[in-house]
Write a protein of this length. Sequence first.
Length: 367
Amino acid sequence: MFKPKYSITNKILSSIGAIEAAKEVVENAPLVPDWEAKFRQDALIRTVHFGTHVEGNDLTLNQAEKIVKEDPGRDESAEEVAKRTGIVARERDVQEVINYRNVIRFVDQLARLGKKTGMFFGEKELLQIHSLTTEKLLPSHQLGVYRTLPVTVRGVVDGEVVGRPPLPVEVPYQMEDFWRWLAGVGREEIHPVIKAAVTHYELVRIHPFIEGNGRVARAFALLVLAAEGYNFKHFFSIEEFFDKNLEGYYAALASVEKNNSDLTEWIAFFCGALAIELTKLKERVRRLSVDMAIKTKLGGKQIALSERQVALMEALEMREVLTMAEARSVLPMVSDDTILRDLTSLVDKKLVRKKGKTKGARYILRK
């Protein structure tokens, strides 16, 4: 039976501590700006771009953004999408980006379903992810099925052979072994982040498909995280870290075989990558949030604020009282009418109280 071999090092514990700290801030931020949708869109674009670029896709971040925002249907060809968006590139590269966008959306849908039902995700979902990943890139009979041909793994950087996955006849048995482990291991036995790291590596090692294994492994690892409550509102992209640290990423994966199947070095890299990206997210959310005590006062509700309103709240946090003249200094490029509307909105949300009725009114932070 499959049982991953690894040790819990201080480095891994430190990374998990940083991840948990980020999770606490992101989930409990009392004020979630109304550009939350923009955060998700930005994370989706970066995940799609870097998740395909790490495999050698030549599209730029800007080109990937155009495709994601164009939101093409699955029945549209890569040629049509490229023409409509003005992108000059290989059709295969365009199709890979379209497909991975569909994959990440599917993973998000599954994660929401899992949160509601507590259902376990396994082989069925993995095969669906592969089918979406390789749609229009492989013959239909190879979509969402384990490979029947031997494969070799070559490095993206130098093209050299870096691994020889199990023979096709062994794939179903090794995958069955992996599924038994994944279904049987609980949170009390293994932290969800370590579980996701092991999942990522094992899918890369087995290489169960003829093509698309890297993207499938990363996407399914994200699903494992999300199913355990570690989706961080879909605000982050771990693929960006992998792509920008490509040699480290592949070296960490290769370390397992070099270390006699010990996953410690890989798990440390995976946890470290997640900790770095989520710490950035934590600080970003923290800057856009106000005192945690506000959430308690509002009965635990989160409130959507605009960027201007966040700026006004930050000024009130420092000064406690704000006049119209002071508000102008906070938002120098904004009209008085817009500033007044924002201040009135903060009053309506019971974050601020107004004292006075004229332009000499003062706006006071509610304690």
